[in-house]
Design a protein around this ligand. Structure first.
Ligand code: B1M
Length: 209
């Protein structure tokens, strides 16, 4: 089994104590950080499919998520660029009612490495908290909202509309598995990105950088 395959299996099976070492070994074996990350994202897809088919339950999903987080910790310093010029502050959170944070954390990693100063509001963030964060932080140029559940898509809409009501010119980017460009347009977001990689390019485009 290749090192990268090993990482994939360890994440799928939630072996959080072994993942970090396996990621280091994969890097030492010459695997690229992006390829290792893609393998771990694919693992979460497998975990989701197993949950859908009733093969595993919420605790197993949670354990796999923790294992992936351990792997991402190793990759983060490698994937983060050396950025000297700040593009401004970006507030990010997962919307109200939603506890998924792996995608959000990857988007934060990519935006940070593109030059944004990131403020992470965490998960289950009520719409008003995004507005408070804009008030409390300096030079906020962008708000990024993540939503992973079809049931929390209305919370995404509320977040965008609450931010826009308070700050009509503030740029807002949205994303997450159930979100589409059409939905982003419908709820009045300025931008949408399907994955963490493309979120950085879209975020820069939105602020004219
Ligand atoms: Co949840 N869960 N979960 N879960 N969970 C999904 C999302 C699900 C698809 C699984 C399934 O049924 N196949 C399903 C949603 C179905 C739906 O809504 N249609 C689901 C469900 C049902 C639930 C619960 C309701 C289960 C229950 O309790 N019965 C429950 C809800 C809890 C809540 O939030 N209130 C629940 C709970 C959990 C855990 C807490 C156990 C755990 C999350 C732990 C954590 O995040 N720390 C969990 C997990 C791990 C998953 C899966 C397996 C993996 C999610 C993940 O991290 N993926 C997931 C199945 C799946 O995704 N296939 C599933 C990897 C990650 C890198 O991808 O987050 O999509 P993702 O992020 C991507 C893009 O979406 C995008 O970029 C990222 C990287 O490229 N992106 C953005 C994300 N945000 C963005 C923002 C942007 C731009 C791009 O701009 C701002």
């Amino acid at each position: 089994m290749s090192k990268i395959e090993e990482v994939k299996v360890l994440v799928e099976t939630g072996k959080s104590k072994k993942v970090a070492a396996a990621v280091h070994e994969a890097l030492d074996a010459g695997d690229k950080a992006q390829d290792i990350l893609d393998a771990m994202i694919a693992s979460m897809g497998v975990v989701g499919d197993k949950f859908s088919s009733g093969e595993i339950f919420v605790p197993e999903m949670l354990i796999a998520a923790k294992a992936m987080a351990k792997g991402v910790e190793v990759l983060k310093p490698i994937m983060a660029g050396d950025v000297s010029n700040s593009l401004g502050t970006c507030i990010m959170g997962t919307v109200a009612g939603d506890l998924h944070d792996i995608g959000k954390n990857l988007v934060i990693m990519m935006l940070e490495s593109s030059g944004f100063d990131m403020v992470d509001l965490g998960v289950d963030v009520p719409a008003e908290k995004f507005v408070e964060a804009i008030k409390e932080n300096n030079n906020v140029v962008l708000v990024a909202c993540s939503g992973l559940l079809t049931t929390t898509m209305p919370a995404l809409k509320e977040a965008v509309q609450t931010i826009k009501a308070a700050y009509p010119d503030m740029k807002v980017i949205v994303g997450g598995a159930p979100v589409t460009q059409e939905y982003a347009d419908e709820i009045g977001a300025d931008g949408y990105a399907p994955d963490a990689g493309s979120s950085a390019a879209k975020a820069k485009e939105l602020i004219g950088a």
